[in-house]
Design a protein around this ligand. Structure first.
Ligand code: PXP
Length: 259
């Protein structure tokens, strides 16, 4: 199983101060030395975290593949063609959202997805589509010509978090929050089945399957054993944990200097 580490949140921290520290580029060799197989970054239309300069430097200097998430927007796609990452993962994007909410609607703008996929592939960039786990999305991804699908694990992650304690979760995927435990368990089992059925089906169609969104140190265990999924893209929980695993050293380094 491959791990793509999403380092957008390092740029989020930098942008909170609008300075140049921390630089997401510095995370690339660390991720590589730690054994990550891929760096994942999202070039958003509003450039709220990763900017063009970050993307360029990361793609030029990374010794492991770079997976660039992007929306189907014309200007962004032109930029992606220029940047030439190893893979482009097309994701739905709304300016007002905190993070990517739900998978792509491939029925709407089917031809645009097809045209953009062809263009990216003609430039030597592998294409992945970030989709909800259902059979129709797998079929449409195949028709569009994608190499990969990335299954959206947000719904699974949210239900998991609601069922098993006060783990972090966002509410966007679940409208009804006052479900009882048995109802949540049914929903969780269904979300696991949808992911498993979709990854198997995608494989039979010849698609490579990744998964991601909301995965963390608790809920990853169900996904990692799923047949057909060969890669996970994980960001938030790794960067969140790194704050605490690295905080003691950061403080002692400062105290040392002060002494
Ligand atoms: N995969 C895709 C397509 C995403 O959009 C994101 C979030 O940027 C992730 C994976 C990583 O999600 P998380 O930060 O919740 O681990």
């Amino acid at each position: 199983m491959l791990l793509g580490v999403n380092i957008d949140h390092i740029a989020v921290l930098r942008e909170a101060r609008k300075i140049n520290d921390p630089d997401p580029l510095d995370a690339v060799p660390i991720a590589r030395r730690a054994g990550a197989h891929q760096i994942t970054i999202h070039l958003r239309e509003d450039r709220r975290h990763i900017n063009d300069d970050d993307a360029q430097k990361i793609i030029e200097n990374s010794q492991i593949p770079v997976n660039l998430e992007c929306a189907i927007d014309e200007q962004i796609i032109e930029k992606v063609l220029e940047l030439k990452p190893h893979r482009a993962t097309i994701v739905p994007e709304k300016r007002e959202e905190v993070t990517t909410e739900g998978g792509l609607d491939l029925v709407k703008n089917f031809q645009t997805f097809k045209d953009v996929t062809t263009k990216l592939k003609d430039h030597g960039i592998a294409v992945s589509l970030f989709v909800d786990p259902n059979a129709r999305s797998m079929e449409l991804s195949k028709e569009i010509g994608a190499d990969w699908v990335e299954l959206h694990t947000g719904l699974y992650s949210n239900i998991y978090a609601m069922l098993y304690s006060n783990l972090p979760y966002t509410r966007h995927c679940i409208k009804e929050l006052d479900l009882c435990r048995s109802e949540l368990k049914v929903l969780l089992d269904r979300s696991i089945k949808d992911l498993q059925d979709s990854s198997r089906y995608a494989n039979t169609l010849g698609l490579k399957v990744a998964a991601g969104h909301g995965l963390n140190y608790q809920n990853v265990k169900e996904i990692v054993t799923m047949e057909g999924i060969i890669e996970l893209n994980i960001g938030q929980c790794i960067i969140a944990r790194s704050v605490f695993t690295g905080l003691q050293k950061a403080i002692t380094d400062m105290l040392e200097l002060m002494r």
